[in-house]
Design a protein around this ligand. Structure first.
Ligand SMILES: C[S@@+](CC[C@H](N)C(=O)[O-])C[C@H]1O[C@@H](n2cnc3c(N)ncnc32)[C@H](O)[C@@H]1O
Length: 294
């Protein structure tokens, strides 16, 4: 169960796209949401080449939402998985959807049916804390942290090989792109970690580059002119890099290191003023998330 503090206040557009009433924004464009996910996040992180030859690969995502990015990731992994490879996915969501809502959203893409079914049948609990979803058919495990991004990143001590930064636009939702969040991303990046996001906002580019990422603008998908790719090169001024290794659901390493604060805390609701009202302003509204002002 979610509480009023964590409900996404979901509504559906005339095109049956899920929309967050809390943030006044859509999760993706139904027209080309999957293509956009593949272009921005999967290709943006150099997948599948980046996991070639790897026994373990870790993807971290800010903003689990409907699970579209993760379903597309699982689909790609199932087709290109290295021999014996295991995928660990860590995703953060402060305002979780129900499995039925995700099912409805993901139903737009029959080509993702297998991954969507696996994900929605094992849909993580929506109570605050870390929830593990085993996906044996995909040789993968998914840990969803239900809570505020800052808290969840602080609790997780894993090391991501790839990051999907998908927390609504910085203009709409600055809390997902704060300096603290950037610090934690750098601190929890494996050597050479890749970052992909739809936004090319200056603050995001600077934030990453100040923390040891080489940042590049790339041609965007669809109507979005540009997107961002970054790679961690290890010359960190502010972030710390942890070694990649086997970890449990909270990212504790084999040596049993524990997260600094193992208490469960409730997600911090976003202040009203942070979610700007971007209600329908024309036919392009469904793409607004990717067309944030920069
Ligand atoms: C653009 S949507 C993510 C779409 C998702 N990746 C998908 O594939 O459907 C952004 C997500 O970030 C979540 N979010 C926004 N602010 C947050 C915060 N401060 N902490 C945790 N989650 C947050 C929203 O609830 C929303 O689900």
């Amino acid at each position: 169960m979610t509480t009023d503090d964590t409900a996404p206040h979901l509504t559906w557009t005339d095109d049956d796209e899920p929309r967050s009433g809390r943030f006044g924004d859509v999760y993706f464009s139904r027209d080309d949401g999957l293509a956009e996910t593949r272009a921005v996040f999967l290709e943006g992180c150099g997948l599948p080449d980046a996991w070639a030859g790897r026994r373990h690969f870790t993807v971290a995502e800010l903003g689990f939402g409907t699970g579209l990015n993760i379903a597309a990731l699982l689909d790609l992994w199932s087709r290109t998985r290295p021999e014996g490879g295991r995928l660990h996915v860590f995703s953060i969501e402060g305002f979780p959807l129900t499995a039925d809502e995700a099912r409805r959203a993901l139903g737009a893409w029959p080509e993702l049916a297998e991954a969507a079914l696996a994900l929605t049948e094992a849909w993580p609990e929506r109570t605050p804390g870390f929830h593990r979803v085993d996906l044996p058919g995909f040789h993968a495990v998914l840990d969803v942290a239900v809570g505020d991004v800052d808290w969840a990143l602080d609790q997780w001590s894993g090391a991501a090989d790839a990051w999907f930064l998908d927390g609504f636009s910085p203009a709409l939702n600055p809390g997902m792109w704060s300096e603290t969040v950037m610090d934690r991303i750098a601190a929890r990046s494996a050597p050479g970690a890749r970052v992909a996001t739809f936004t090319v906002a200056g603050a995001v580019r600077r934030g990453l580059s100040e923390r040891g990422f080489v940042v590049e603008k790339k041609p965007g998908h669809g109507r979005k002119r540009e997107r961002l790719e970054a790679r961690h090169v290890g010359d960190r001024r502010r972030g710390r890099c942890r070694p990649t290794g086997r970890t449990d659901r909270r990212g504790r390493a084999d040596d049993g290191r524990r997260p600094r604060d193992s208490r469960r805390r409730h997600p911090v609701g976003l202040a009203e003023g942070r979610a700007h009202d971007h209600r329908d302003r024309g036919p392009d509204r469904a793409r607004r998330r990717r067309l944030d002002p920069e």
